[in-house]
Design a protein around this ligand. Structure first.
Ligand SMILES: O=P(O)(O)OC[C@H]1O[C@H](O)[C@H](O)[C@@H](O)[C@@H]1O
Ligand SMILES: [Fe+2]
Length: 192
């Protein structure tokens, strides 16, 4: 009898979030040119030949029907650029009404969320804490610590990623380092 295997399992390291069985997608400073607020400092870094990896994550090759579930880990490395903490690009789901759950495995930071109506929320990520991103909310993880921020995520597999408005308008809020501590400020470049 031949059997088609439908279940999927992946081993991730609890501390680093990395998997030896899969290849991660990597985002470097060059991939974030429109995302960090201080474009001048960003350009200076690139001109000086610095192009650090900001984050990596797993987009596993799993089926994407409306009943399937996608999962993986995301690792945001520690650092700041022009005072803004390293972070993911952040995205809405193409199926806007799709939520997502993140479980923090290691490191510390925040999940910053905002919806198209302009409401925003922020939740702390510390090891053991699970955060549910509500439907309609764009979500970005931000590393405010000195170690990699490692999260496990899971969401409806056909939800899709919509970066459009974040790459053009950004988020309404930024998380920056002030006197060694994270502070939430208005994004000076955000426009209606
Ligand atoms: O898609 P980004 O905003 O660049 O973030 C990278 C990845 O982070 C998360 O962990 C998500 O759940 C992934 O679906 C996402 O693609
Ligand atoms: Fe998502």
């Amino acid at each position: 009898m031949t059997m088609t295997k439908l279940a999927n399992a992946t081993l991730f390291d609890l501390k680093t979030g990395l998997s030896e069985e899969e290849t991660s997608k990597k985002r470097f400073l060059t991939d974030m040119e429109k995302l960090f607020n201080d474009t001048e400092t960003l350009q200076k870094e690139l001109d000086a030949g610095n192009n650090p990896m900001i984050y990596e994550y797993y987009a596993l090759d799993l089926p994407k029907t409306e009943g399937d579930i996608q999962y993986g880990t995301s690792i945001v490395y520690p650092g700041t650029l022009g005072g803004e903490y390293y972070m993911t690009k952040g995205h809405f789901h193409e199926i806007l009404e799709t939520g997502e759950v993140y479980f923090c495995m290691s490191g510390q930071g925040y999940m910053l969320m905002e919806n198209p109506e302009g409401e925003w929320e922020i939740e702390e990520l510390v090891p053991g804490r699970a955060v549910q991103v509500p439907p309609r909310y764009a979500h970005r993880s931000i590393n405010t610590g000195n170690e990699p921020l490692v999260t496990f995520f899971t969401f409806r597999a056909d939800a899709g990623h919509d970066y459009g408005s974040i790459e053009t308008k950004g988020y309404r809020k930024l998380v920056v380092e002030r006197n060694g501590k994270p502070e939430i400020i208005d994004n000076p470049k955000w426009q209606q």
